[in-house]
Design a protein around this ligand. Structure first.
Ligand SMILES: [Zn+2]
Length: 74
């Protein structure tokens, strides 16, 4: 798709790293599937992936995790 930020680039499938912070917890998700603009580098994460990230974050929060690095598996 066309990038909504720079309006010049085209997004390509790739992977990114997402950091989520909640209260005192920091979660780092690696290899999160995303569409990345080949011009400005803006990252677009689908709502399904975003939902999965938040679901995971809630689970970790309940476990009392404060810092964790995870590999995201869609
Ligand atoms: Zn762009």
């Amino acid at each position: 798709m066309k990038c909504a930020i720079c309006r010049n680039g085209i997004t390509e499938e790739g992977y990114t790293t997402v950091v989520l912070e909640r209260d005192q917890m920091t979660l780092v998700f690696k290899r999160v599937p995303a569409e990345i603009c080949n011009n400005c580098g803006e990252e677009y994460i689908s709502s399904e992936v975003n939902k999965a990230l938040l679901r995971h974050a809630r689970k970790e929060l309940n476990r009392g995790v404060t810092l964790e690095m995870l590999n995201f598996a869609a």
